[in-house]
Design a binder for this molecule. Structure first.
Ligand code: TXA
Ligand code: MG
Length: 321
């Protein structure tokens, strides 16, 4: 890919304001953090979060980290229990990500949580990330700003080499001082569990909150980054539906929709897979709440986010243990 440098901007006050308004439009901005560059979008906007997955070309919906400017904003979105409070005091702002229970309701897009009841949160320390969060006034969903399966970027030029017009703006904060991703600690259950070793050494976490459970190497290898992502609808689900019955919720796609379902929810009447991804988890939840017996999903084409949608739907349709 040719590197086009016109989108790389110095983080002046004017450019930070411009970046905030780009984000308000649902478009994406690459932003330096102390760990690596993040590909940031409005965490409260399902369409913006879908655009992040589309740009990264991820074959599945890994949940994303939501970045906040302060602890009060974190606490509005997630349950900050005692251990989290302790760690927040010691390590935030900084390269520690905590997986916490989402509040209900929660302003963060369901797609950012990949439909889970948990949300990964952190308060970044980098001054450019902080300035952007302050100017934007909302949390930012931001995975590392690389295409799926490639190395995390630690300079603005790395980001420019990865992405074209899908990223409206790249704020240049120089080289990321830490250069490896944040440590991810899951506090959503009884036992604190290390999901990803990273910038904060485990011993420092143990010193603050006591023993931490490990995820087995085997589990990590089978499901990299996906360890908690087992959200499936309560209702049984069938794929490739070309018709539907009165006791079924039809999850439709496109304009040609069969009749007969008890309830029809259309992921994207326009047949747009990014729009479909933005609606997916909310519609699965709506289907669960419908009181009907089953979910029937029409075929979703395998292009763009269609692959990730189909990955998720295949898991939801698989026989349950
Ligand atoms: O340093 C970092 O953490 C960088 C900067 C940009 O903040 N971000 C980053 O994001 O590395 P990403 O998307 O490349 O990695 C996030 C990881 C994924 O492996 C994902 O599965 C996990 O966090 N994760 C996110 N939400 C989760 C959740 N609710 N439960 C379990 N794991 C989660
Ligand atoms: Mg990554």
């Amino acid at each position: 890919m040719t590197i086009d440098n016109h989108r790389i901007l110095q983080p002046s006050a004017a450019n930070i304001r411009a970046a905030a308004s780009v984000l308000m439009d649902g478009r994406l901005v690459a932003v330096p953090t102390e760990t690596v560059y993040g590909l940031a979008g409005d965490a409260t906007n399902e369409r913006a979060v879908a655009a992040i997955f589309a740009a990264k070309d991820r074959p599945r919906f890994n949940p994303l980290i939501a970045h906040f400017r302060n602890l009060a904003d974190v606490a509005a979105a997630a349950r900050v229990e005692a251990r989290a409070e302790r760690l927040a005091q010691e390590f935030w702002p900084g390269p520690l990500t905590l997986v916490l229970q989402r509040r209900d309701p929660c302003a963060i897009a369901l797609l950012a949580s990949a439909g889970l009841d948990t949300i990964a949160v952190r308060i970044p320390a980098h001054p450019v990330a902080q300035a952007l969060l302050e100017a934007f006034g909302r949390p930012l969903a931001a995975p590392s700003a690389n295409r799926s399966g490639r190395l995390s970027p630690t300079t603005a030029a790395h980001v420019a080499a990865e992405f074209g017009e899908e990223v409206a703006m790249i704020l240049d904060g120089g080289r990321c001082p830490v250069g490896i991703e944040s440590t991810i600690l899951d506090l959503s259950g009884e036992r604190a569990t290390l999901l990803r070793p990273g910038a904060i050494a485990e011993e420092r976490l143990t010193a603050a909150i006591g023993p931490i459970a490990q995820v087995s190497a085997d589990a990590r290898a089978r499901a990299p980054g996906m360890l908690a992502s087992h959200y499936a609808p309560d209702l049984p689900l069938r794929l490739d539906a070309t018709g539907a019955a009165a006791d079924e919720v039809l999850i439709a796609f496109g304009v040609r929709v069969p009749l007969g379902a008890g309830l029809t929810l259309n992921l994207s009447p326009a047949g747009n897979p990014t729009e479909a991804a933005a609606n997916l988890f909310a519609m699965l939840r709506e289907a669960d709440a419908s009181g009907l017996a089953r979910i029937a999903v029409m075929a979703i084409p395998q292009h763009g986010l269609g692959r990730a949608i189909n990955d998720r739907l295949r898991r939801a349709a698989a026989p349950r243990g």
